[in-house]
Design a protein around this ligand. Structure first.
Ligand code: ADP
Ligand code: MG
Length: 349
């Protein structure tokens, strides 16, 4: 008999160890109250100790929108059913929400029917899913772009020609301004899309960074002047050059500078800095004094077709990001109401 009691004790200890060291958060709850939470669980709930969870029910930590579903789950587990992982929003001890999923397994705790609940943080998985979804969207947008741009350009050229002919023949030219400006808009979108369609015939050559940016500046300066925008160029690293497709990189800087100018309808300043960050990397900083990107939109920058402008295409940043990636570089955005800072980093070579 003693041997049996000893064995049961050992088993109990072993089970406790399993729960304590489980990589998932484990909660044991009775019909209502939470009875036990393991270390990982306390961390997940942002609780310092079990005392903060004691005498509360699991439902107390569930977002009101999920109350019904979680209650129904609890009922099923208490009736002896093992339930699958289900997503819900957990409200932690400090009131902050967390997306999690939970699985319930019927068990016994201190001689009473109870539920063994496994809870997993979904944040990382959600992030990966969003990333995957975004790159999926990018690929689809790229493929569509290649097809659409080529197919639409030819008939569009024909239509433009015939409209010119029509205009010359008609007395009443009322609607032609609108037709022309809408045509221009279609062409603008097509030309942006065509950049996406092109990467097959990239020409990588050694180019001087400062020359490349000076050429872009020269291209943009007239328009900048008209908009009361002053562009300053600071080159801290002389003749640094990198292996790149010149036209594509120009496209990147034109896109960013255009955005900066559009963020300053009443004029302002843009500073472009070329810096060598290490022997292997060059950094280009573009800083504007525009109206900035609100924090909740900052993460959406670069999504295909994401724009806050009435006549925007939402393709500029996305295309630029893709070009930068093709050059093994990276880009970061910082923004507040005083302006936006864009950092582009390329490996040298
Ligand atoms: P578009 O310029 O056609 O809107 P983009 O992809 O170039 O498309 O830019 C997407 C969005 O990012 C813009 O609509 C704007 O809201 C935001 N944005 C990008 N750059 C800046 C900037 N320098 N200042 C403020 N907002 C910016
Ligand atoms: Mg743009």
């Amino acid at each position: 008999m003693n041997g049996f009691v000893e064995e049961m004790k050992n088993l109990k200890q072993a089970l406790q160890n399993v729960m304590e060291h489980s990589p998932d958060a484990v909660v044991i709850a009775g019909h209502e109250k939470i009875l036990y939470v393991n270390e990982i669980g306390l961390k997940l709930f942002h609780a310092a100790s079990m005392a903060e969870m004691d005498s509360r029910t699991l439902v107390d930590f569930v977002h009101p929108n999920d109350h019904q579903a979680v209650k129904e789950r609890i009922k099923r587990v208490m009736n002896g059913e093992v339930t699958d992982f289900m997503p819900f929003v957990l409200i932690r001890v400090d009131g902050t929400p967390l997306e999690v999923e939970m699985k319930g397994i019927p068990t016994f705790f201190n001689h009473q029917a109870a539920q063994h609940i496994l809870i997993r943080d979904m944040t990382e998985r959600k992030k990966t899913q969003t990333l995957l979804l975004n790159s999926e969207k990018l690929t689809i947008a790229g493929q569509l772009a290649a097809g659409i741009a080529h197919e639409v350009r030819n008939p569009l050229t024909a239509i433009k020609g015939f409209i010119k002919l029509l205009e010359a023949q008609l007395e009443n030219k009322t609607y032609f301004d609108i037709i022309h400006s809408e045509m221009d808009r279609i062409e603008l979108i097509l030309s942006e899309l065509l950049v996406l369609a092109k990467p097959q015939d990239l020409k990588f050559q050694k180019e001087k960074m400062s020359t490349l940016i000076e050429e872009v500046k020269a291209l943009i300066d007239t328009q900048a002047n008209m908009n009361n925008v002053q562009i300053d160029l600071l080159n801290e690293c002389g003749d640094v050059s990198l292996q790149c497709d010149k036209n594509q990189l120009k496209q990147v800087f034109i896109n960013f500078l255009k955005n900066s100018m559009e963020a300053m309808p009443d004029g302002g300043n843009i500073t472009i800095e070329i810096k060598k960050c290490t022997d292997e990397k060059v950094k280009i900083l573009i800083k504007d004094s525009g109206n900035g990107i609100p924090p909740h939109l900052l993460q959406r920058i670069g999504e295909p077709f994401f724009t806050t402008k009435e006549s925007g295409t939402g393709l500029g940043v996305m295309i630029s990001k893709q070009i930068i990636e093709n050059h093994h570089g990276c880009v970061n955005f910082w923004s507040d109401e005083d302006g936006t800072l864009i950092e582009v980093i390329f490996p040298l070579g």
